[in-house]
Design a protein around this ligand. Sequence first.
Ligand code: ADP
Ligand code: ZN
Ligand code: ZN
Length: 807
Amino acid sequence: MMYCDVSLPVPLDQAFTYRLPETMQHRVQPGCRLLVPFGSRKLTGMVLALGPDAPEGPDSAGVREALRLIDEEPVLDAELLSLGRWIAQYYCAPLGEVLRSMTPLSGEVRKTKLYSLTDAGRDTARQLLLGAAEEDATLQILRLLEARPLSASYLQKKLPNALSVIRSLQKKGFVAMEDLEAQRDPLRASATRLRASWLKSVPEGVKPTKRERELHAYLELHPGTHNLEQLETSVKGASQAARSLARRNLIRLEPEAPTGVFSSYVPPRTLNPHQLEAYQQIEAMLLGGKFHTFLLEGVTGSGKTEVYLKSIDATIALGRSALLLVPEIALTPAVAGQFFHRFGDRVAILHSAFHDAERAEQWRRIRSGIATVVVGTRSGVFAPVQKLGLVVIDEEHDQSYKQQETPRYNGRDVAIVRARGAGAVVVLGSATPSLESRYNAERGKYTLIHLPERIEQRPMPDVEVIDMRQEFLETRKMATFSRRLVETIAERLKSREQTMLLLNRRGFSSFVACRACGERLECVNCAVTLTYHRRDRRMLCHYCNYAQKVPSVCPKCGSEYLNFIGTGSEKVEEELHRDFPEARIARMDRDTVSGKRHFESILHGFREGNFDILVGTQMIAKGHDIPNVTLVGIVSADVGLGLPDFRAAERTFQLLTQAAGRAGRGHLPGIVLIQTINPEHYAVRFASEQNYEGFYQKEIQFRKLMRYPPFAALANVLVRSPKQEDALAMSAELGRELDPAPEGVKVLGPAEAPVPKLKSEFRYQLLLKAADRRILNETLRDLQRFARDQKWPATALVIDVDPLTLL
Ligand code: ADP
Ligand code: ZN
Ligand code: ZN
């Protein structure tokens, strides 16, 4: 008899034992997925271990039999399984849920046809949805599809006659359909789009046809990958033979790397002396082949990317692989294109916006060792990279590395742990390193490398801070743009140079208040004000997407005196049109950017000079390299400063410095104007000087004084419930459990969370600080045990270790 331990994606901290039927016994390995019965359901779990022994005790009789083996080969190797264990332990997350989020191949959901709106469909949807009082089936479908592409089966569940509606929308050109099955199975793609390569020799007993033998021999004699259509010219009937050989795993067929859509080729550069020195330090460690972490602190425009690329070259030359992680927003087709040009079909790109099928394909290329350069966003850290030699984390301070749902891991930190296990070198790069990383460098845990200058000694931009209180005193007007900003934009328009304007708040007005009774319009699901979105003529909740019509009178007292207060990026755009009617203006924020392609097309248009001014939220501040931008205007530096979060200053400093860094990256010098009512705040002051060191020294004092990270390990413990009394009661119970606080742990709260109600749930939180991570971890586990013993609902307790935000 054979048994195996399976980890299931359920919020329980344990593995489950199953019996293996005869047919599976020799095929199952740790790291394979297995379909098993669980209660009355069937679940896909991950095999952790197997052996001949039944579990001890009286339970062994009740052991059930596994239903189906999903993978013939493990999807997680031993290294990744142990990384998964580390994550589960460190972040107090159930192992089954961790392992599930580590595997990209979703075996359970088989969406074959996916429907999405075309551009025409999107415009029509907007117009129709605005005017309509009641929604018919067509409108309902449009509304559903406006959010994201959906499968036929999902739509049918929502609406019984969905398919006939969809068909008529397809005919009108409003809806497009993709057949994912065809993409998932590379064998079905056409020969022009496939590449073939030799895999292994023909085993005894297998009798290929003559054509198949010819092709197999040809591929063995000609190593590398070959376009299948071109192979036809050397081997007759190659296309058909290839498919049958690939089905038997004797050769490999893979999709042609996408080309054409990508931007210009950037040739390798000769490194300047600073870059060279940085590279040589990294290379030395690569040669040593041992785990080591570098912090590459380089001012904006100092050429960090080129240092990464050279280091990746060196890694490949050593016969090892490289993993590069970038923030979510930075992985555009342009960036991907650069990597394809540089590393050819050794590159695999992983992006969360890819379909399952695309992701699965990249994943297989990495696992087989064909792709030795992997570029990905946060979850790319789980790519099955073979012989990992180098991990680069670009913009290591970026918030998008932290996952905001279970498991709440930080991709940067997980990457470092993975590299430690693999004996790989880590390079963390940023112009504005996180306090944690910079402090680790100071303590000697990381080696600090500086790139103190911009490429070709281009000057850093000149920064001016504009005191908007003074501006008001002088003009007696509450203007969005200061006189100085208006005049500088006008100059840029005249000289045909480009401007970027940042306001990190979307919508038109931040909120609506009644001047008669003071009522503010709030979301029905969340304790936050609704934001006015003018183009859509809606009031929108930025937390849960609840929307309602714009009121004409106060819903509380009936007064007509409603005040629209505050400015968002939409209003900035409108005022620009008013002040500069001749300017070509584009806006980039979550309202105008609906997908990866859309985002890239706006950026591309701006880079090509189709727009004079780009307005946007923090999206525009990150990483983009557009040489003709000589003015960056920050409409208000104050947006994030007032937030009740100990990272507010750090966040603001990073955003301002990164945004300022977009100016003057080409041959023309740049200028930055920062409008603020807090001109003396140190985050604003140091950002205006582009002085990271000064900011770090000041901020680290504050962290030390307050015992915030990096001087303490922090965890946010949140309790939530649809009933306020329940949430309050549970948080009080946790408070009593922690009174007196365990030795070495400081407890703040319980208190109402900064957003006390979110998506119809009431929230209370406790903040735990500890000097010692082990003690913090034990305390959190005690709380989890307590919640389980009290039979709290599984979702009531949320634990966030190393939270990036307390909001
Ligand atoms: P960072 O990421 O540090 O802000 P980038 O890596 O984007 O900077 O580099 C800024 C620009 O300088 C890019 O256009 C890049 O192609 C160019 N560049 C990088 N290294 C060199 C070099 N050694 N010589 C000339 N140009 C370079
Ligand atoms: Zn009122
Ligand atoms: Zn809401």
